[in-house]
Design a binder for this molecule. Structure first.
Ligand SMILES: Cc1ncccc1N[C@@H](C)c1cnc2ccsc2c1
Length: 117
């Protein structure tokens, strides 16, 4: 994902370190498999029509690396977009739907632990 390269100020690296750690934990989670890369719009009928803003962990990592998150809020919004899209498109009792709920619970827990420290 290329975008306007922002000046890489040292503190921005430090500032976003917790997000990179948190994202690495999400990617390593056993239930992360449906969310690791963008949904192939051609191979999932209806996805393009239903989901207005697709998002996935790989895209989030690219945006982090390219300094495209100007604040914490935008990072959280993208992570929650992954889970909201999942709940919108997948039945709660489906394989992917269940994985999405487990990943969201895991993220919410780690995010509050990160903030509380
Ligand atoms: C997150 C999500 N929501 C709705 C549809 C797909 C997906 N994930 C993609 C990777 C995907 C695409 N294809 C398959 C086939 C079996 S699981 C799986 C997962």
């Amino acid at each position: 994902v290329s975008c306007a390269k922002r000046a890489k100020t040292p503190n921005s690296e430090l500032l976003f370190l917790p997000f990179r750690v948190l994202l690495a934990e999400l990617e390593a989670h056993q239930d992360a498999w449906p969310f690791l890369s963008p949904v192939k719009l051609k191979s999932v009928p209806g996805y393009r029509k239903v989901i207005k803003k697709p998002m996935d962990f790989f895209t989030i990592k690219e945006k982090l690396i390219n300094n495209m998150y100007l604040n914490q809020e935008n990072f959280i919004i993208d992570v929650n977009l992954v889970f909201d899209n999942c709940q919108k498109f997948n039945e709660d009792d489906s394989e992917i739907g269940q994985a999405g709920h487990r990943m969201k619970r895991f993220f919410d827990k780690r995010w509050t632990e990160l903030l509380r420290k």
